[in-house]
Design a protein around this ligand. Sequence first.
Ligand SMILES: [Zn+2]
Length: 70
Amino acid sequence: MTERSDSSDTTKCPLCGDVNECAVASGRDPESCWCMTATMSASALAAIPIEAQGKVCICARCAAGTPAGD
Ligand SMILES: [Zn+2]
């Protein structure tokens, strides 16, 4: 089986695979999500896979433009 769950799991960052802590994915009020007040790095937004854009939140670390694993 080669079923992929990367872009369908809305609780995980499509860039690094870490939990994105998105309020929407957790079933909470979208307005309580950290991403509503965070400033997204342009390079991070550009790196989001097409299939994940508009569906899956990235994590705070990637949004800030900080490479994972540093
Ligand atoms: Zn991330």
